[in-house]
Design a protein around this ligand. Sequence first.
Ligand SMILES: C[S@@+](CC[C@H](N)C(=O)[O-])C[C@H]1O[C@@H](n2cnc3c(N)ncnc32)[C@H](O)[C@@H]1O
Length: 277
Amino acid sequence: MSLLETADFELFARIVQQDSAIVLQPGKEYLVSARLAPVAARAGLPDLATLAARLRSRPSDPVRASVVEAMTTNETSFFRDIHPFEALGQHVIPAVTSVPRPDRTLNVWAAACSSGQEPYSIAMTAAETLPPGWQARITATDLSPAMVERTRAGRFSQLEVARGLSAPRLVAHFQRVGTEWEASAALRATINARTLNLAAPLPLMPRFDVVFLRNVLIYFDVPTKAAVLAAVRGVLRPGGYLFLGAAETTLGLDPGFERVALGRAMAYQLTTRGGRA
Ligand SMILES: C[S@@+](CC[C@H](N)C(=O)[O-])C[C@H]1O[C@@H](n2cnc3c(N)ncnc32)[C@H](O)[C@@H]1O
């Protein structure tokens, strides 16, 4: 692996933060080298110094997007941490559907959805718990076009389905296609996957009953975390729920959410002081 000069590390870190808000602190040089060496090779460049020189002379070169994408961490699994999905099925869906609504649609946003395990876990939970006549509409977004494409395809390897998906759910919602497992057409139809950068102003979005924003705020600095939470607040319905990752919180960042226990899960509910920012 090629050695990374400090100035080149700083350039990559600046680009990644500008384009994705992901903060790469000094000390991450090895990670950056490991992730960017294949990017340089694919671009036909001999080393990371040449990749950095390319980006200095041509800041808008298409390889820039590959650099940013390579620095995202896409770790995920089905029903990750389980409790938020139990809370969705046992508390949130019964509460939402107890109030009559003309379109009988549960709107959920899986922000930073990675390869799709999270939105498909939401879709399975909804399919199993929504009352007859109700449907789920799940907006699944990620910065990475490759992850969005994977989410849209709804195909998972044997290794991926073995992480968190029970045998009854695998049989009920997936079919084997070659060496992979494909989510049912019904499940895929509930998921609308598209690219979205949480660090940029949000496009026009539906009002959501629930937002899953899990294991992504950890990569951002404090002002970005606060800005993302304010933007999420603006698209949640009053009383709507936000689920964060186990290491994440709104505390000290956004007073518009109240921390509530839903069974064994912690959720953040939009308070009456919340609403569109
Ligand atoms: C660790 S995964 C979390 C996946 C899933 N939410 C979970 O908890 O299992 C983090 C995801 O955040 C995405 N991401 C990073 N920065 C982002 C940004 N600025 N906007 C949108 N997504 C981003 C990455 O591409 C990656 O897929």
